[in-house]
Ligand binder design. Sequence first.
Ligand code: HEC
Length: 137
Amino acid sequence: MGTEPVPAEAEFEFRVEVPEPPALEATEEDLALGAALYTTHCASCHGDGAVSDSEFSDLRYSPTPVHRSWNAIVVEGIYATGGMPAFKATLSTKDAEAIRAFVVHQARLAYETCNAIDRDAEPARHQSLCTRVLPGD
Ligand code: HEC
C-alpha cells in the first residue's frame, strides 16, 4: 500500500499532428515526375506515397525549415552522416523540387482528410492517419 513500483523509465510518447503543408504551385507534369522519382529513390526508406511509420521520417510531417533546406538535404547531402544519402549524382535541383511538390501534395491530401475526421468519434483512426511519434533522442 502506497508503494506502487515506479516504472524504471516512464514511457512518454510525444505525438505531433500532420502540419499544414507549405503553399506550393506545381503542374500535373511536376507532380507526375515527382511521384515517379520519389518511388524510385525515396520510397524504400521514407515509405510508399510518402507515408511512413518506420524510423525514417514521414516527410509529410517535415516542418517549414526542412522545405527551405530541401535542396541542401536531398541534393547536396547535408544529412549524409545521419544516413540520408546525397542525391547529387542522380537528381538535379529541378528533380528534387518535383519530389518536394509530390510530398507536399501527399501532405495536403492527409491534412484535408485529417481536418474532416471527427477525432472524438474515431480516435484510433485519427491517431494512425494524422499523428506520428515525434522522433528524438
Ligand atoms: C537509405 C535510406 C534513405 C533514402 C533512400 C532516402 N532517405 Fe531521406 N532520410 C533518411 C534518413 C536516415 C534521414 C534522417 C532521419 C530521418 O529524418 O528519418 C532522412 C531525412 C530526410 C529529410 C529530412 C526530414 C526531416 O523532416 O527532417 C528529407 C527532406 C529527406 N530525407 C528526403 C528524402 C528524399 C526526397 C529522398 C529521395 C530522393 C530520400 N530522402 C531518400 C534516409 C533516406
